[in-house]
Design a protein around this ligand. Structure first.
Ligand code: PNS
Length: 163
């Protein structure tokens, strides 16, 4: 049984995340999406709300067999050990992502022998980030092209101010 963990802040989940999760589900027998709290980032959504939106988005996209969980404390690799995962999977959009992700991948392998696999983002979503979505939503712009329907409904229940 090959098990992978797809970790992230997912604040909120985007179409880019959904693509990476779906592609991971095709490569592994079981996938755990793990929502983490990143103290270095100003959060928009509560962790439980992020979990709910990921579950709804996966159901809407017809992606089966994916567990969605959250990590409030402790190391990512301890969660991997607990669920028997041998790999972390992350999306890579740019060389900036690679520079940010590479040291974490090395530390996670040093700590517990957990490998990190990178899936190259689709061109259609390679410019999409949760931080940009948060900013566009806060300023009333239309986020619908970048996020699952459940996320657009949660963040902009009355639609964009500027469409
Ligand atoms: O989506 P993000 O904010 O870039 O994801 C951040 C993530 C999940 C990679 C980071 O918050 C994380 O790894 N958290 C778990 C704590 C941990 O294990 N830290 C050591 C990793 S080197």
């Amino acid at each position: 049984m090959r098990i992978a963990v797809v970790p992230g802040s997912f604040d909120p989940v985007t179409l880019g995340h959904l693509d990476v999760i779906g592609r991971t589900a095709r490569l592994f027998d079981r996938v755990h999406v793990l929502v983490t709290h990143n103290p270095g980032k100003q959060a928009l959504l509560e962790v439980d709300e992020r979990v709910r939106l990921i579950r709804e988005s996966l159901a809407e996209a017809g992606v089966d067999g994916v567990e969605v969980d959250s990590l409030s404390s402790g190391l990512l690799v301890d969660y991997c050990r607990k669920v028997g995962a041998e790999a972390l999977v992350k999306g890579l959009r740019s060389s900036t992502d690679a520079a940010y992700e590479t040291p974490m991948a090395m530390v996670n392998r040093d700590l517990a022998g957990v490998e990190t696999l990178f899936l190259v983002a689709q061109p259609a979503t390679s410019h999409v980030s949760s931080s940009l979505i948060r900013q566009v939503a806060a300023l009333g712009g239309d986020i619908a092209p970048y996020v699952p329907r459940a996320v657009a409904a949660a963040l902009q229940p009355e639609g964009p101010v500027r469409g």
